[in-house]
Design a protein around this ligand. Structure first.
Ligand code: NAD
Ligand code: UDP
Length: 333
């Protein structure tokens, strides 16, 4: 039987498809390539180009494939864009989930692993953040993902569709051989932007705010390597295959790095000066986000291999150096 990966041509999805194939799974991918790349998908996976919200298309894929469970990455995830265009986010993300669960229910597929996010917590009341802490998103992106968690909960109650919601913290890095990596347009994440400066594609990094209540005034985040994250999805699938109940897990390293520390680490890894300037705060940025991720370690048996940000940045730099134009598949702009 196959695992269906929605959004499998994206950054995290493509690394997960790759790990699934390496672990002997039969994999089918659905992606409309709105932000993903066809070349990122392991050639051993069957690829269906289409939109999760297109029920006719999705039902055809479910008819054709013998699907045991799904992993759902397909979503928009740029916070400032979600502030300006909330309906775009509720349509693609939240409605996309409804469409997927309908197809799953119609085809008696009862297992889903879902990309949730630290953004569902909003401004944390305590650090590290536990899975049981209040979820009060401060932007439409986080709200769209929290709604997806709730829709899965009620679909479990009504139809017995079991879910694992994986709440990622900050994801970075690339496959060690540099064959797949992060390629977003426009790029908004800190690590790839820093590496664009290192590669001479941008003049400088602007650090968004140095007046936070943190060790050096800049935001503190919890970084996890994309391949460690991918492996957590396989463990979550196994957890559901073993008949366990629906649940949510944080995925982070439980260690915080400030934006200045990440910049410093990138300077060491690349050997480049990486000019940087201080700018104003970015709207909606919580001061510090660090995950309590002992639950994923204990319950899922998750053992992240990368516990050093230098190593994480090294793999991202390897991808950047070997693929200066990313997947080089952009039409126009
Ligand atoms: P990405 O944009 O690289 O990947 C998303 C993929 O989904 C793309 O290939 C895109 O083409 C596809 N897609 C989007 N809407 C679709 C639709 N309606 N139908 C079919 N395909 C569609 O993003 P990513 O960084 O790989 O993130 C993957 C998931 O992880 C997202 O759901 C995101 O919210 C979540 N997440 C990411 C991070 C992070 O740091 N990157 C952190 C927390 C959560
Ligand atoms: N950041 C920054 N400059 C940039 C991009 C990001 O200072 O050009 C900061 C951002 O304000 C946050 C941290 O880097 O404090 C991580 O941001 P990112 O967008 O990578 O992830 P987020 O934490 O928002 O999910």
């Amino acid at each position: 039987m196959a695992i269906l990966v929605l959004g499998g041509a994206g950054y995290i999805g493509s690394h997960t498809v790759d790990r699934l194939i390496q672990n002997g799974y039969d994999v089918a991918v659905v992606d409309n390539l709105v932000t993903g790349h066809r070349a990122a998908v392991n050639p051993k996976a069957r690829f269906y180009e289409g939109d999760v919200r297109d029920k006719e298309f999705l039902n055809k894929v479910f008819d054709k494939e013998d699907i045991e469970g799904v992993i759902h990455f397909a979503a928009f995830s740029v916070v400032p864009e979600s502030m300006a265009k909330p309906l775009k986010y509720f349509d693609n993300n939240t409605y996309g989930m409804i469409s997927l669960l309908e197809a799953m229910n119609a085809h008696n597929v009862k297992k889903i692993v879902f990309s949730s996010t630290a953004a569902t917590y909003g401004e944390p009341k305590q650090i590290p953040i536990k899975e049981t802490d209040p979820q009060v998103p401060t932007n439409p992106y986080g709200e769209s993902k929290l709604a997806m968690e709730k829709i899965m909960h009620w679909s479990d109650v009504a139809y017995g569709i079991k879910f694992v919601a994986l709440r990622y913290f900050n994801v970075a890095g690339a496959k060690a051989d540099g064959s797949i990596g992060e390629d977003h347009h426009p790029e908004t994440h800190l690590v790839p932007i820093i590496l664009q400066v290192a590669a001479g594609e941008r003049d400088q990094l602007t650090i968004f705010g140095d007046d936070y209540d943190t060790k050096d005034g800049t935001n503190v985040r919890d970084y996890v390597h994309v391949v460690d994250l991918a492996d957590a999805h396989i463990l979550a699938l196994k957890y559901l295959q073993a008949g366990h109940d629906s649940d949510a897990f944080n995925l982070g390293s439980s260690t915080g790095f400030s934006n200045k520390e990440i910049l410093e680490a990138a300077r060491e890894v690349t050997g480049k000066p990486i000019p940087a300037t201080m700018g104003p705060r970015r709207a909606g940025d919580p001061s510090t986000l660090i995950a309590a991720s002992d639950k994923a370690r204990k319950v899922l048996g998750w053992k992240p291999q990368f516990d050093d940000v230098h190593e994480i940045i090294k793999t991202a730099w390897n991808w950047k150096e070997t693929h200066p134009k990313g997947y080089d598949d952009r039409k126009g702009n």
